[in-house]
Design a protein around this ligand. Structure first.
Ligand code: HEC
Ligand code: HEC
Ligand code: HEC
Ligand code: HEC
Ligand code: HEC
Ligand code: HEC
Ligand code: HEC
Ligand code: HEC
Ligand code: HEC
Ligand code: HEC
Ligand code: HEC
Ligand code: HEC
Ligand code: HEC
Length: 444
């Protein structure tokens, strides 16, 4: 932008010189009556004084009516006054409305001011708030340059070629100061879609009712777009408390960039174990120290070897206990029905426990007698998978538990895997072994 002086100033200067000469020779100065100790005494005394006022020349803008009435003639439209000496503005694509309307004096005091450029108000922001609502500087989180009144670090006052009179468009504006963010975005494998679309999709550049210039606090800010997640969370019976503590959604997700899918900060297992690294008291019983479990037991269940906890847990919340995606009995004994084991059968064949005899479905069989069927598929006191298997990781093969809790007591299982079968010496019954070889070959 920038204005040059136009020809009018060249005309004015000799006049001013003439006036100075006139004063020196004691002649009547037409403006002498304007600024005296008694009249308009403050004119010319402020820190920033407009050129013509400094020269004590009121006439370019005012016409003094006869002395007796001492009245100024009505003024011309401000802009017409200004362009007498300042070159008309080069108007760009976007024009600030008061400029378009010629209201130069909405911002500039025509005479003098305590701010540079004779701006009205004590600070730039106060000047802007002469017309704009001060409420834009939100209390919960104000953007530092805005709080400091530096509106002009982002906006041009008169005209510009970017929308909203901004000095830069889109995210480039933000990157002027948040340069590290630009690098992050360039180097990350994944960029959260709204970040690429525009920082202002989430942040209010002036200030927010939520944390960190957000329109709302997390999680509400996230859930304004993630409507399916909002619906899901409204329905869950057991909500994962990780969503409500500390950084909430950001305990696991990064709002801007990530190197993993789903905006995850780390692989899920690492995230989970950053909190589940000690026993947790919970209203539904103490939760095991999972980190300890995985360190102690090196035989990890298939999905866990993939560091995927979400195969079984819905990490945000679920209808089932322990935020399990599907049904799974809580008890050690239960009368069998297949849908209780939805969880295991999401990945394993339900026929494992459906067919009384088999030579293919499982190795937990004595000849063709399916021992899974025998133990699990009962109307009364069917054993749940839990009574023999560890879910997450085990020290024994086939994820067989060391022991089964029985009241206050631990019943050892003493499972031994054998080449063609196995052997258990549990507290439940006398030691028994099974061999997979066909029944016909077996001695009775
Ligand atoms: C560049 C144009 C300009 C010059 C030069 C100028 N004025 Fe003004 N003056 C205005 C405008 C425009 C207003 C209308 C009020 C406003 O916008 O603040 C005004 C208003 C006034 C007023 C009434 C309101 C107020 O601010 O007190 C007085 C008195 C006044 N001028 C005196 C002077 C005197 C004395 C001089 C010379 C020393 C002078 N003006 C020079 C433009 C000018
Ligand atoms: C009679 C000529 C004249 C008129 C009319 C005039 N100006 Fe000025 N203006 C000047 C002179 C002379 C300066 C001082 C230039 C300098 O210091 O480089 C100046 C300086 C300014 C400055 C400060 C620029 C700077 O770089 O510090 C602003 C802002 C300004 N004028 C706005 C206005 C506005 C708004 C109007 C109309 C209301 C107006 N002027 C009317 C002569 C005029
Ligand atoms: C919305 C407030 C606002 C309005 C309206 C406005 N200005 Fe300004 N003007 C400013 C601010 C703020 C500056 C400080 C310089 C900058 O940051 O560009 C400025 C600077 C200036 C300058 C000196 C610097 C330069 O760019 O040469 C002049 C001259 C000027 N304005 C003239 C005008 C004229 C003439 C009008 C009316 C056509 C006008 N202004 C309307 C806010 C305004
Ligand atoms: C004299 C009154 C006035 C002052 C002072 C003023 N503005 Fe404005 N501004 C307006 C008006 C009127 C609009 C148009 C509002 C609308 O259309 O709703 C506007 C619009 C804007 C817009 C939106 C432009 C667009 O293209 O949509 C921005 C940004 C803006 N002003 C910034 C500022 C800043 C920054 C300041 C201080 C440097 C300031 N304004 C001072 C009157 C003013
Ligand atoms: C960090 C940069 C930045 C600062 C500092 C800043 N703004 Fe803005 N402003 C913006 C952006 C970006 C927009 C456009 C918002 C959008 O498109 O959603 C905007 C829009 C506006 C608008 C248009 C209305 C609106 O809300 O969309 C006004 C008016 C405005 N700003 C005034 C101001 C005032 C007054 C100040 C100083 C108190 C200021 N701004 C400081 C970045 C800034
Ligand atoms: C003129 C420099 C400047 C520009 C331009 C700028 N910022 Fe800032 N921003 C800062 C400063 C200074 C801080 C405070 C220091 C810090 O936290 O790094 C800050 C802090 C922030 C914060 C953290 C606030 C908090 O309370 O935690 C966010 C979010 C932010 N800026 C977003 C943006 C966005 C979005 C844009 C673009 C619309 C933007 N900034 C443009 C200077 C700027
Ligand atoms: C999807 C919404 C969203 C978008 C889009 C977004 N942010 Fe953020 N931003 C957040 C959240 C959430 C936080 C973290 C708030 C917290 O932890 O308190 C944050 C924090 C910040 C912070 C302060 C803390 C930090 O990480 O340094 C800055 C600065 C920031 N964002 C800048 C930006 C910039 C620049 C852009 C555009 C390139 C942007 N944001 C886009 C949601 C978003
Ligand atoms: C302005 C809207 C908006 C906001 C606010 C928002 N997101 Fe997103 N988010 C999106 C869009 C759009 C996608 C891309 C979806 C797609 O590609 O199908 C996305 C993708 C995601 C993904 C990856 C989903 C996938 O299927 O890969 C996660 C995780 C995510 N957002 C979490 C968050 C979190 C956490 C927050 C709050 C800090 C948040 N989002 C705020 C719009 C938003
Ligand atoms: C304990 C860690 C954790 C927390 C806390 C968390 N998420 Fe997630 N989120 C994940 C994991 C892991 C995935 C990917 C696996 C999955 O979909 O279950 C995911 C996936 C998503 C997806 C993609 C869903 C899809 O169907 O692909 C969205 C959207 C999402 N999260 C949003 C959020 C929001 C919003 C919050 C806060 C209310 C939040 N998350 C809190 C771990 C978390
Ligand atoms: C094969 C399904 C499955 C997978 C995969 C799985 N879990 Fe679980 N998880 C369960 C079941 C079932 C329970 C209920 C405990 C039980 O059996 O009584 C549970 C319980 C938990 C509990 C509560 C602890 C307690 O003492 O009950 C935590 C914490 C947990 N899992 C974390 C994880 C983590 C972390 C991962 C990924 C590393 C993971 N789970 C993977 C099925 C699974
Ligand atoms: C930010 C910490 C944090 C992270 C990360 C975290 N959790 Fe949790 N988790 C908790 C808290 C707190 C509880 C609730 C303990 C209570 O009930 O007091 C909990 C409870 C659970 C429960 C038992 C739910 C119930 O009430 O039955 C399971 C299962 C679980 N988490 C699995 C996971 C899995 C899987 C992950 C990784 C995807 C994970 N957690 C990541 C903090 C976390
Ligand atoms: C998300 C899929 C998934 C779910 C759900 C699942 N498993 Fe698995 N399971 C696997 C995979 C993968 C393997 C490894 C198969 C392999 O190594 O060939 C496996 C292996 C096993 C093994 C055999 C280990 C071995 O060494 O051969 C047992 C026992 C087992 N699962 C029990 C269960 C039980 C009990 C449940 C229900 C609580 C369950 N699984 C739920 C995927 C799953
Ligand atoms: C009474 C103890 C017991 C119960 C109850 C039990 N299992 Fe097993 N399961 C075993 C034994 C022992 C093996 C090892 C068989 C072998 O390889 O010799 C095994 C092996 C497995 C295997 C590996 C493939 C195979 O069948 O050889 C899977 C998968 C499995 N069980 C799933 C389950 C599921 C799902 C449940 C609950 C519906 C369950 N088990 C209940 C004892 C049990």
């Amino acid at each position: 932008m920038g204005f040059g002086m136009n020809a009018r100033i060249l005309v004015t200067l000799p006049v001013l010189t003439m006036l100075a000469l006139a004063q020196a020779t004691g002649q009547q100065n037409p403006n002498e009556s304007c600024v005296t100790a008694k009249c308009h005494a403050t004119f010319g005394k402020a820190e920033f004084v407009h050129g013509p006022v400094a020269a004590n020349d009121c006439t370019p803008c005012h016409q003094l009516l006869p002395k007796e009435t001492h009245k100024f003639a009505p003024l011309k439209k401000a802009v017409e006054l200004c362009i007498q000496c300042h070159e008309p503005m080069k108007k760009q694509a976007v024009l600030h409305k008061p400029v378009a309307e010629g209201k130069c004096t909405g911002c500039h005091n025509p005479h003098q001011a305590s701010q540079q450029y004779m701006l009205r108000g004590g600070t730039t922001a106060e000047m802007c708030f002469g017309c704009h609502n001060k409420e834009m500087v939100k209390k919960k989180s104000a953007h530092m340059p805005v709080a400091e009144g530096e509106c002009l670090t982002c906006h041009t006052p008169h005209t510009g070629d970017k929308p909203k009179l901004l000095v830069q468009s889109g995210n480039d504006l933000c990157f002027e100061c948040h340069a590290n963010m630009k690098e992050d975005i360039a180097s990350a494998k994944r960029v959260h879609k709204p970040v690429a679309e525009g920082c202002v999709k989430c942040h209010n550049p002036h200030g927010g009712d939520g944390q960190s210039l957000l329109g709302q606090d997390v999680p509400d800010q996230c859930l304004t777009c993630h409507k399916e997640m909002r619906e899901q969370l409204a329905k869950v019976i057991i909500k994962h408390e990780a969503l409500d503590i500390d950084k909430k959604c950001m305990n696991c997700h990064s709002p801007h960039t990530a190197n993993l899918d789903k905006q995850l900060k780390e692989d899920p297992m690492t995230l989970c174990l950053s909190c589940h690294n000690q026993p947790m008291a919970s209203p539904s019983g103490t939760l095991a120290n999972m980190k300890g479990v995985f360190e102690k037991s090196k035989d990890w269940h298939g999905p866990i070897r993939e560091k995927d906890c979400s195969g079984c847990h819905d990490v945000h919340g679920a209808a089932n206990f322990r935020i399990l995606r599907f049904n799974y009995p809580r008890e050690f004994y239960t009368s069998f029905s297949q849908d209780q084991y939805e969880l295991c059968f999401a990945c394993h064949q339900p026929t494992l426990v459906q067919d009384a005899s088999t030579t293919t479905l499982t190795n937990f069989r004595d000849g063709d007698r399916n021992l899974h069927y025998l133990h699990v598929n009962k109307r009364v006191k069917g054993r749940t998978c839990r009574s023999c298997h560890e879910t997450h990781a085990s020290q024994k093969e086939k994820h067989i538990r060391e022991s089964v809790p029985f009241g206050q007591w631990s019943l050892p299982i003493r499972f031994e895997k054998k080449l063609d079968g196995g052997k258990c010496s549990p507290g439940c019954h006398a030691p028994k072994d099974y061999t997979n070889a066909s029944a016909a070959n077996k001695k009775k």
